[in-house]
Design a protein around this ligand. Structure first.
Ligand code: F6P
Length: 329
């Protein structure tokens, strides 16, 4: 049919752990849809809203004043229900009811796994936008929320440094990253950590102790060790305990930054990234893209098959890892 659009009505959802900038992405999707005269719906609470028919019609004014807000106005959830074939059939029935033929899924690898399966089972066109603080998605240099989380972590570690210095203390600071050390490595470098422990590298206690001894010899009186939550040596409390046993004179404290890294107003970089990817996703759908993720690599919008985005690993920067070791003393 001449001039028939590839998609005519779209829906957008946020799923998995929320991340700062998801709202900016929703805004970009809704307004780009409006620009191209596409009807747009928001789905509440990720895939749960698809299954339980929780849709809201969204026009450009529905997303006013949210570009600067953390969290997600659509709410988010990890949906075990969506793993069942019956629930996905229900979701498809609901999409059909509204005549929605394009679905924008904002989230991380769990979200994309759901999108991939759904896209393979049904003719609804699906497109992913990477939104997670972990930055562990292949096919984009940065995920939405990562930059903000990084800045939150650095800000917190800077504050910890003040008190660590005043009391000549050693602090073990745990940062988020389910299976990835991006936040740990980059916040560690940015905050001048003595050591950085990440899951991508096999560390040993002895190596860490060596680093402490070396630093001590040069007169270092306080230290920060940044530890990714998923590092392999047993967790931040065990690390602190083992260090205390090796260096009984050390005055050691542990801080777990936790979910503060997921909140807050998105950084400028995250707002711009979210705006570009939100726009890119809708434009991509209109150009016929399907079962792909919109990402930004070296400043360019690229589409990566969702299957690849899930399967391949976003590699940590080995050079930065080296630099962190050279500079920490
Ligand atoms: O994936 C984002 C993330 O914040 C991880 O860094 C963390 O391991 C996980 O989510 C925490 O999930 P929840 O909020 O469900 O405890």
């Amino acid at each position: 049919m001449k001039n028939r659009k590839v998609v005519s009505k779209i829906a957008v959802l946020t799923s998995g752990g929320d991340s700062p900038g998801m709202n900016a992405a929703i805004r970009a999707v809704v307004r780009t849809a409006s620009h191209f005269n596409l009807e747009c719906y928001g789905v509440m609470e990720g895939y749960n809203g698809l299954i339980h028919d929780d849709f809201v019609r969204m026009g450009p004014r529905a997303v006013k004043h949210i570009i600067n807000q953390g969290g997600t106005i659509l709410k988010s959830a990890r949906s075990p229900e969506f793993r069942t074939r019956e629930a996905r059939a229900e979701a498809h029935k609901n999409l059909d009811k509204y005549g929605i033929d394009g679905l924008v899924c904002i989230g991380g690898d769990g979200t994309f796994t759901g999108a991939k399966i759904f896209g393979e089972e049904y003719d609804t066109r699906v497109i992913g936008i990477p939104g997670t603080i972990d930055n562990d998605i292949f096919g984009t240099d940065n995920t939405i929320g990562y930059d903000t989380a990084l800045n939150t972590a650095v800000d917190a570690i800077d504050k910890i440094r003040d008190t660590a210095t005043s009391h000549n203390r050693v602090f073990f600071v745990e940062v988020m990253g389910r299976d990835a050390g991006f936040i740990a490595l980059n916040s560690g470098v940015a905050s001048g950590a003595l050591d950085i422990l990440i899951p991508e590298r096999t560390d040993s206690l002895e190596e860490m102790f060596k680093t402490f001894r070396k630093a001590h010899k040069t007169g270092k009186s306080s230290s920060i060790v940044v530890v990714a939550e998923s590092e392999k040596l047993g967790g931040v409390y065990d690390l602190a305990k083992a260090t205390g046993e090796e260096f009984p004179d050390f005055d050691i404290r542990v801080t777990v930054l936790g979910h503060i890294q997921r909140g807050g107003s998105p950084s400028c970089a995250d707002r711009v990234l979210a705006s570009r990817l939100g726009f890119g996703a809708v434009e991509g759908l209109l150009r016929g893209e399907n079962k792909v993720m919109a990402g930004l690599r070296s400043g360019k919008l690229v589409f990566t098959p969702i299957a690849e985005a899930i399967k391949k690993r976003h590699e940590i920067d080995e050079e930065l890892l080296k630099i962190s070791e050279v500079l920490a003393m």
